[in-house]
Ligand binder design. Structure first.
Ligand code: ZN
Length: 240
């Protein structure tokens, strides 16, 4: 059974009023709930917990990490970033949702600023599967519509995706590489833009379908032992 950890920066009790209106159970819990329905072994992790919710024992027991963050990126410690990047390189999957484009581990994995254009006007987005043969697009039509979404637009300062799966079009005219896949070490990384916190995007079946597909795709085929270089002792910091 694929083990998923859903990381969110805010515990349910501290969600803003705007979020609670849409997700009374908390945004992280809402994402975890539909993954559980798909029979993934799912747990939630929160920023305020030990080691930012992602200690060694949690990462070691995670096949796919889902990350949603927005206003608290700066509170994630550099040690946590290093740990997450190390585990991705060793094989753990990582899926970054919506405003996690500025999450520290995402930027560390991609190596660019990951900045983009944005506008919050609740406009319609059409998500086009531009790589319909990709496992993350499996079972979807050529496109689906999200009635209200925050606009994220190009230019999006990311490296050329290893696999571009979706492009979003917004009513205001912007387009965006809204589903981009990467390989880092043995790990797989996927960025998926839909999911502004005050619109019920994670209630929508197509969006859930994409995230479930992404979890299956990102789950490791093989996981490496801690990465060390036998010819340069202590040259690489390793995790135990
Ligand atoms: Zn947003």
């Amino acid at each position: 059974m694929v083990k998923v950890t859903v990381w969110h920066e805010t515990v349910p009790a501290e969600e803003s009023e705007g979020v609670r209106k849409v997700y009374p159970e908390g945004l992280g819990a809402a994402v975890a709930a539909f993954l559980k329905v798909e029979n993934f072994q799912t747990r939630c992790a929160y920023l305020g917990e030990k080691d930012d919710g992602l200690p060694e024992e949690v990462l070691r027991d995670t096949d796919a990490l889902i990350w949603w963050g927005h206003g608290k990126h700066h509170l994630v410690s550099d040690e946590t970033v290093k740990r997450v990047v190390e585990y991705v390189n060793r094989g753990m999957g990582a899926i970054f949702l919506h405003s996690a484009h500025l999450a520290k581990p995402f930027k560390a994995l991609l190596g660019t600023s990951c900045t983009l254009q944005w506008r919050e006007a609740g406009e319609r987005e059409i998500v086009w599967a531009v790589n319909p043969a990709h496992p993350i697009a499996a079972g979807l039509d050529a496109h689906f519509t999200i009635e209200h979404e925050e606009m994220y637009g190009e230019p999006f300062d990311i490296p050329e995706p290893d696999e571009l799966v979706f492009i979003g079009w917004f009513k205001g005219g912007n387009v965006f590489r809204c589903g981009a896949a990467y390989r880092r070490g043995r790990g797989k990384v996927f960025y998926f833009q839909p999911g502004h916190e005050t619109y019920p995007v994670y209630r929508q079946k197509e969006v859930r379908h994409v995230i479930c597909n992404a979890v299956r795709w990102a789950a490791p085929v093989s996981v490496a032992a801690p990465l060390t270089c036998p010819h340069a002792k202590n040259s690489i910091e390793t995790l135990t």
